[in-house]
Design a protein around this ligand. Structure first.
Ligand code: SF4
Ligand code: F3S
Ligand code: FES
Length: 239
């Protein structure tokens, strides 16, 4: 099959405005991913195309892009999902709401600042039990945050959220998912500190339950549900 690719380009050393560039790839396969096609464009047609990727298997989270108008990982999006027949149209742009560095590469620092703000690490200053065993947890307690452990920090959720586009100070759904991961962990002792962050002016109340985040998540995390659980913890005062 033929792939007609339309790619958003931006060169910081050239003219400051972005532009669209078209490429055609012949002999593509329905099982080729968007990343495979971008690699062919870069390696066979135009070495100046800049993109970020690493694992190519949906694990590292580095290649979130806006593909045919919706955020997803380039390595997990197959041509068969974009269409069928002899010719496929593939439009690729950088994720929205973060500064573009070059072509499809955005500056992830503002995203990681929000991530860091929710204290995304285990906090427990109580000494481990004297018998030296691990801090035990019931299966039911572990299941409370099972979904939010799956996050790979790809930013597909946050950069598909209209509230984040409107104001980049909104901590964003990915940071709330990370806060959720520890707030509902029965072994952690810093839930209050995290609730202070996500309950603040630029926290969860900026969420208008639009669901773009849930639809964009390549790990199928129920992002909006996690946000709702954090809102509930804030209003009820219980976890
Ligand atoms: Fe990516 Fe999903 Fe994590 Fe958001 S919640 S950063 S979409 S893996
Ligand atoms: Fe945004 Fe998701 Fe809420 S798209 S408004 S964070 S439900
Ligand atoms: Fe690692 Fe796509 S390249 S998730």
């Amino acid at each position: 099959m033929k792939v007609e690719a339309r790619i958003r380009r931006y060169n910081p050393e050239g003219d400051k405005k972005g532009y669209w560039q078209n490429y055609t790839i012949d002999n593509a396969d329905p099982t080729d991913s968007v990343l495979d096609i971008l690699h062919r464009i870069k390696w066979e047609l135009d070495g100046t195309l800049a993109l970020r990727r690493s694992c190519a298997h949906g694990v590292c989270g580095s290649d979130a892009m806006r593909i045919n108008g919706a955020n997803s990982l380039a390595c997990k999006t197959l041509m068969a999902r974009l269409g069928s027949g002899g010719s496929i149209k593939m439009q690729v742009e950088p994720i929205l709401g973060l500064p573009v560095i070059k072509d499809l590469i955005v500056d992830m620092e503002p995203f990681f600042e929000h991530y860091k703000s929710v204290l995304p690490f285990f906090i427990n200053d109580t000494p481990v039990p004297a018998d030296g065993r691990e801090r035990l947890q019931s299966q039911a307690d572990r299941e409370r945050f099972d979904d939010s452990t799956k996050c790979i920090l790809c930013a597909a959720c946050t950069t598909s959220c209209p509230s984040f586009w409107a104001n980049g100070r909104y901590v964003g759904p990915a940071a709330v998912v990370q806060a959720h991961r520890f707030i509902f962990d029965s072994r952690d002792e810093a839930a209050e500190a995290r609730l202070d962050v996500v309950g603040d002016t630029f926290g969860v109340w900026r969420c208008r339950t639009i669901f773009n985040c849930t639809n964009a998540c390549p790990r199928d995390i129920e992002v909006t549900k996690a946000i709702a659980e954090v809102k509930m913890a804030l209003t009820s005062g219980t976890i």
